[in-house]
Design a protein around this ligand. Structure first.
Ligand SMILES: C[S@@+](CC[C@H](N)C(=O)[O-])C[C@H]1O[C@@H](n2cnc3c(N)ncnc32)[C@H](O)[C@@H]1O
Length: 227
């Protein structure tokens, strides 16, 4: 894809399109390809993605993000989802491409990243909302689900997500090898915000799958403080 963010001439070392991408993104595969192209060009040039990530943009970033989809709660109506600390759009953009029924909002405080997100959403023709700000600055809960990848320890994410999701909402945190330790460290805060223990779910294979911690936020949040 070429577009306002720059030519795709730097993408020679980008991982080839994996076979499973078509099943994951269906008719939105061209937009997923366009997104990878933007990450590999403007994303790298502007320092949002390290150049060493180019050979694994699909597996480690885009498919890893989309792998969160089966952890979403089922609902009759549209599901409103916020991606806390979206950075260059991960996991929010691949998730929205894999599940176009979601109403996705990307929340990101850093101006440079917000500019990239706004330009990317426009270039790909997506109806995704981008908000510049920190989770702590959102005054009222307004989403059903909060997702986050590589933003903060689970203990902190539970507190941040409690500000953003309505009572009975869900936090989905993409985690890596530290997942067991993070769940243990977050046990007490999870007990204060949830009637259920955290669930650790694994989707896909080692190369492109994801480990997701799901926390149901069904206890009322203490008002007036960020903890
Ligand atoms: C390491 S990056 C990860 C970006 C992306 N989620 C990913 O997986 O590539 C962490 C991002 O979280 C954002 N961030 C940090 N603290 C935040 C907060 N309190 N509220 C919202 N975003 C935050 C940062 O600006 C940064 O873009």
């Amino acid at each position: 894809m070429t577009g306002p963010l720059g030519p795709a001439s730097l993408t020679t070392d980008v991982e080839p399109l994996p076979a499973q991408a078509e099943a994951v993104f269906g008719e939105r595969l061209p937009q997923a390809v366009g997104y990878v192209d933007l990450l590999a060009t403007a994303g790298v040039e502007r320092g949002l993605i390290g150049p060493r990530e180019r050979p694994r943009l699909w597996s480690r970033h885009v498919l890893n993000s989309a792998a969160v989809a089966p952890a979403l709660p089922s609902t009759d109506g549209p599901l409103e989802v916020v991606d806390i600390g979206s950075g260059a759009g991960l996991p929010g953009i691949p998730l929205a491409l894999a599940r176009p029924d979601l109403q996705m909002t990307l929340l990101e405080p850093l101006a440079r990243r917000v500019v990239f997100l706004d330009e990317t959403v426009a270039a790909l023709g997506l109806s995704i909302k981008v908000i510049r700000g920190r989770a702590e600055e959102i005054a009222e809960p307004r989403w059903d689900v909060a997702v986050a990848r590589a933003v903060a320890p689970l203990e902190r994410l539970v507190v941040l997500a409690s500000r953003l999701v309505r009572p009975g909402g869900t936090l989905l945190a993409v985690k890596g090898r530290t997942v067991a330790a993070e769940v243990a460290a977050a046990a007490s805060v999870i007990r204060r915000r949830s009637t259920r223990p955290a669930e650790v779910l694994t989707f896909g294979d080692d190369a492109s799958g994801a480990t997701v911690v799901r926390v149901l936020l069904d206890r009322p949040r203490p008002r007036g403080r960020v903890s």
